[in-house]
Design a binder for this molecule. Structure first.
Ligand SMILES: *Cc1c(COP(=O)(O)O)cnc(C)c1O
Length: 219
């Protein structure tokens, strides 16, 4: 199938379930992004600051750029003027920095807290304990941040049961912290090319799909 065929299939599947699609365009060309743009896709996800800044400058201004990679504090300033949703907030220090840069730009920046749910040690994110502390202590003090939900990555594993268990845990945390007493929309961003169907079964309402739509990435 071509990029556009697989995109059409996935989009139809997701929209029937009210799940938002972020097309992960890291290491993909601006031409490929524009092909999906022509089909109406507006939400794109990027992992690298320099690449995102460059693409933003070249592409239409009504694209919603999602930052989904590990974000260093000293680079927040480059994306703060335009980023739509930072999904990979993995520490309070980073949140503080985003708040500061958002204020400088007279913006409120939407953020998701990334939660560490997979077994692999290398993955970034809040632990469940850190998340609990965060909501007990600090939630209200960031004036230029809108906390809009949680993001997580499952283990890169063929063991579907394991991935399912991880997504279930994240889904429970999301219900505890976001769905209970908030009236505005919030997002549980979980699921990628290999595991998005499991994620949706477990309650995801936003998936981040790259290679399944675009094909493999140029390295
Ligand atoms: C690259 C990436 C994705 C997309 O991965 P695919 O397997 O290509 O769908 C999703 N989320 C994050 C955080 C990523 O870094």
């Amino acid at each position: 199938m071509t990029t556009n065929d697989s995109y059409a299939v996935i989009r139809k599947e997701l929209s029937s379930k009210n799940v938002a699609l972020v097309a992960v365009s890291k290491l993909q060309s601006t031409k490929k992004i524009m092909d999906l743009y022509a089909f109406g896709q507006r939400d794109f996800g990027e992992n690298y600051v320099q690449e995102l800044v460059e693409k933003e400058s070249l592409l239409p201004k009504d694209i919603h750029w999602h930052f989904i990679g590990h974000l260093q504090r000293n680079k927040v300033k480059y994306i703060a003027p335009f980023v739509h949703l930072i999904q990979s907030v993995d520490s309070e220090k980073l949140l503080k920095e985003i708040d500061k840069e958002a204020a400088k730009n007279n913006r409120v920046i939407n953020c998701l807290l990334q939660v560490h749910i997979a077994e692999e040690e290398t993955k970034f994110g809040f632990t469940e304990d850190e998340l609990e502390k965060f909501f007990l202590n600090n939630e209200k003090i960031y004036k230029n941040i809108k906390l809009a939900g949680l993001m997580g990555m499952g283990s890169l594993s063929d063991d579907n049961e394991k991935v399912k268990t991880e997504f279930k845990r994240l889904s429970t945390l999301f219900k505890n912290y976001f769905e209970k007493d908030r009236t505005d929309n919030s997002f549980l961003s979980m699921g990628m090319s290999s595991d998005y169907k499991i994620a949706i079964e477990e309650g995801s309402n936003m998936v981040r799909i790259g290679s399944l739509i675009f094909g493999s990435r140029l390295q």
